[in-house]
Design a protein around this ligand. Structure first.
Ligand SMILES: *Cc1c(COP(=O)(O)O)cnc(C)c1O
Length: 456
């Protein structure tokens, strides 16, 4: 018997969401200049904009918040979190930061020099931006399958070891360390196999280079290993996670993802080498080493969140959510990126809206249509985000036109997902009514956050 995988929690506190009518949404979207980033969250029914910092905390986390020790130095909450992170990662040193990009900024400032080069499967955009800010080249070396939306591979986040080896031989002196992102967020939340992690680590070691992991979704990655990689089906998540961390020398973490908290991040490191320099920089911009950029209560909530994220029932439900959405959408004829990753489903707007050309910004149009049709907010990953208007007024376009629906942790129930799937499938059957958009106003950098549009 094939029983549904249910939400492994019951609800103790609720937050109302507001139904709206289509005419209301039309007015609201016009007011937001056809840009869903400019909507007020209260006007969104189902918010799939991001899974970052949008999750629900557990009763245990809220209880831990009351135990926060707000002492400036040497707070009990720091030592509690440090003990949890040591147990999970095996790394001795914890440096708390206010979120992931602060960990990146501090670590890159002390561990790289101008002109360096850092390989990764795919650098997340803040990771790339922080490296480039320091004059470091950020190189993406994901396997070829990782960039093909309709090709199946169980571990599409794997790094291309042959290309890494060539790079180490050619550019060795420029490479201070290697990075690997678990799961590969920019590549669709796709996992990395233990085998790939082990071989990458060994390859770097032969060249005398450390490995630093970007572990925003380490628990989701571990569950994919358990489900898909031979030899791991009977292993506990804790032991898989411990083995993953064991292949590396340290990690950078945005706790807003698998930390199960609304704000937070950290650096964790094996050896002393970088620790003192990192702490000095931390004091300069984040805070004293035993709280970083966080309150004592935030450290408490994170300590509990890191334990809860390792629960297998939770992870099974988490990965099943994306898979289930993918199945429903495919059954309704909606093209998606396959296989589904851990935290999101990506709609292929070129296939859903075949009548629109690149100048119509199909993924942006689809985002707007999802809001109008059902009050759903996703995010465009296409030519508004990655294209540019050149000096001479011509436009460059991105190869893929995707809409990402990212799922907050423990927030929505199956009926919310059923509703969203239904809305999208209905939209698909009337896709020819969806109009393209034109940009009327834009900024030079990260234009998608603030650009304004009109219907084509
Ligand atoms: C979110 C994220 C970051 C940055 O973390 P913030 O907490 O948003 O600053 C870095 N890397 C990856 C893979 C991420 O998903």
């Amino acid at each position: 018997m094939n029983r549904p995988i249910i939400e492994p929690f019951r609800i103790k506190s609720v937050e109302p969401i507001r139904m709206s009518t289509r005419p209301e949404r039309e007015a609201l979207l016009e007011g937001a200049k056809l840009n869903v980033f400019l909507l007020r969250a209260q006007d969104v029914l189902i918010d799939f904009l991001t899974d970052s910092g949008t999750g629900a905390m557990s009763a245990r986390q809220w209880a831990a918040i009351m135990e926060g020790d707000e002492s400036y130095a040497g707070a009990r909450s720091f030592f509690r979190l440090e003990a949890v992170i040591r147990r999970i990662t095996g790394y001795s040193h914890l440096i708390p930061t206010h979120q992931g990009r602060a960990a990146e900024r501090i670590f890159f400032a002390i561990a790289t020099r101008k002109g360096d080069l850092v390989p990764n499967n795919t650098h997340f955009d803040t990771t790339r931006a922080n490296l480039e800010y320091d004059g470091v080249e950020a190189m993406d070396l994901v396997i070829p399958e990782g960039t093909q939306p309709h090709v199946y591979h169980p571990f599409k986040g794997n790094i291309d070891l042959q290309r890494v080896e060539d790079l180490l031989k050619r550019e060795g002196p420029r490479i201070p360390f290697g990075m690997l992102t678990l799961t590969n967020n920019s590549g669709g939340g796709q996992p990395v196999s233990m085998e790939n992690l082990r071989e990458y680590s060994a390859l770097l070691k032969r060249h005398g280079k450390p490995l630093i992991l970007d572990v925003c979704r380490f628990a989701e990655n571990a569950m994919f290993i358990k489900l898909r990689e031979p030899g791991f089906a009977d292993r506990s998540i804790e032991s898989i996670v411990r083995e993953m961390f064991g292949h590396a020398d340290g990690c950078l973490m945005s706790a807003k993802k698998d930390g199960m908290v609304n704000i937070g991040g950290f650096i964790a490191l094996h050896d002393e080498r970088w620790v003192e320099a990192a702490r000095n920089l931390l004091i300069l911009t984040e805070g004293f080493p035993t709280y970083g950029g966080l309150a004592g209560r935030d450290l408490e909530a994170l300590a509990v969140g890191l334990e809860e994220v390792l629960q297998e029932d939770y992870l099974r439900y988490r990965l099943r959510t994306a898979e289930y959405m993918g199945e429903r959408l495919k059954a309704g004829g909606v093209a998606i990126v396959e296989p589904t990753g851990g935290h999101a489903v990506y709609l292929d707007a070129k296939q859903v809206l075949p009548h629109l050309g690149p100048e119509d910004y199909p993924a942006w149009s689809l985002c707007n249509a999802l809001y109008l049709e059902g009050g759903i907010r996703g995010v465009e990953i296409g030519s508004v985000m990655f294209g540019k208007r050149l000096e001479d007024g011509t436009e460059t376009y991105h190869a893929m036109e995707l809409v990402r629906l990212a799922f907050p942790r423990r927030v929505y129930t199956q009926s919310h997902f059923d509703y969203a799937a239904e809305v999208i499938c209905q939209l698909r059957s009337r896709a020819d009514e969806v109009r393209g958009v034109r940009i009327t106003r834009q900024s030079r950098f990260l234009r998608h956050f603030t650009a304004e549009f009109r219907w084509a």
